[in-house]
Design a protein around this ligand. Structure first.
Ligand code: F0G
Length: 351
């Protein structure tokens, strides 16, 4: 037996690497496909969670970053740059350390979760807070990478999507075939596009006999693909997907249409309820944006878009520890007591 080797070594022949590519890895991927009994009971489906918060930096971004950073090093880059709502910057910062690269990140000021900010800083990234949106940040990084010798590692870099498609491979490898339905949160729309690439590739090569219907979910205040027009001032509590003009818009529409799926919006209220359900009824602590996939599944169930007995995978994209502020704000304040077992017993209502 051997341990998990990271997504490049595990899926080398399906990724854009050669024997000459230096592999920069933190042993990402190999995340649990966790049965979700409560969600299965609520929907009548066989529901699984792909728990991407258990990647090295706590989100799915690591799958794409190992490939993007490895290819950047191969191409001779000395520095990388990204725009981010937090997770991409955390991942880029960590993989850049591993590769000995300088990392610059642009984030929308005041709109990224505390844990993500901490990650970029602790890994020594040059972090700029921009008085603007994620979409503004992405436009700036595109320009900077065009004008200066600094490699762009946002998901507009095709190596990112190549790495991220490995999550679909892992699901098929575990289940023995593709599920009937796959639910995902949608922000910049890279991940849903990457999963669709992965599922299609496995079916074309006969590893899977079918592909799932792809169901993507945007927050209702940041739902350009649903409304059909960019959103100039996107708003949602799910800051990771607070995006008004997704870079992979067209690819996500293709994933939706080719798979017979849909892209819908869910409200902040639905997202917060799914976040709480995951924490308190499944034992899985995710960040708000990740709960959009589960909020979406529950909505799809209500609308009759998923059928009893179908196999459904929801990707939960990021770890709940990324955003302690939200978790604490929504919970009852802890009770303080003296060093006294009886006081504890009383507070715990044991007596
Ligand atoms: N969930 C989380 C936790 C995310 O961080 C993101 C995107 C998404 C879902 C949406 O994925 O963009 O591929 O549609 N975060 C990016 C970032 C934008 O900068 O970290 P997508």
């Amino acid at each position: 037996a051997r341990g998990w080797r990271g997504v490049i070594e595990e899926y080398r022949d399906r990724l854009p690497v050669t024997a000459k590519t230096p592999v920069v890895t933190l042993l990402e991927g190999g995340t649990p496909l966790l049965p979700a009994p409560r969600l299965s009971q609520l929907t009548g489906c066989e529901v699984y969670l792909k728990v991407e918060g258990l990647n090295p930096t706590g989100s799915f971004k690591d799958r794409g970053m190992t490939v993007a950073i490895s290819k950047a090093v191969e191409a001779g880059a000395k520095a990388v740059i990204c725009a981010s709502t937090g997770n991409t910057s955390a991942s880029a910062a960590a993989y850049a350390v591993r590769a000995g690269l300088t990392c610059a990140v642009l984030v929308p000021r005041g709109k990224i979760a505390m844990g993500k900010l901490a990650q970029a800083l602790v890994h020594g990234a040059k972090l700029l807070q921009v008085n603007g949106s994620f979409d503004d940040c992405l436009e700036m990084t595109r320009k900077l990478s065009a004008d200066y010798p600094i490699a762009l590692v946002n998901s507009v870099n095709p190596d990112r999507l190549q790495g991220q498609k490995t999550a679909a491979f892992e699901i098929v490898d575990v289940l023995g075939d593709a599920p009937d339905v796959h639910c995902l949160p949608v922000g910049n729309a890279g991940n849903i596009s990457a999963y669709w690439m992965g599922y299609k590739e496995y079916r074309e090569d006969g590893v899977a006999t079918r592909t799932p219907r792809m169901l993507g979910f945007q927050a209702s205040g940041a739902a350009p693909i649903v409304t059909g027009a960019p959103v100039p001032h996107p708003h949602t509590i799910a800051t990771a997907i607070r995006i008004g003009n997704p870079a992979s818009w067209k690819l996500a529409e293709a994933a939706r249409d080719e798979s017979g799926g849909d892209i819908q919006s869910v409200t902040d209220r639905q997202i917060a309820a799914a976040y709480k359900l995951l924490a308190q009824e499944e034992g899985v602590f995710v960040e708000l944006a990740s709960a959009a996939s589960v909020a979406g599944l529950l909505q799809a169930h209500e609308r009759g878009l998923v059928r009893r007995g179908e196999r459904v995978v929801c990707t939960v994209t990021g770890n709940g520890l990324k955003d302690p502020d939200w978790a604490i704000a929504g919970a009852p304040a802890p009770i303080t007591i003296p060093v006294d077992a009886q006081a504890a017993a009383a507070a715990l209502e044991l007596a």
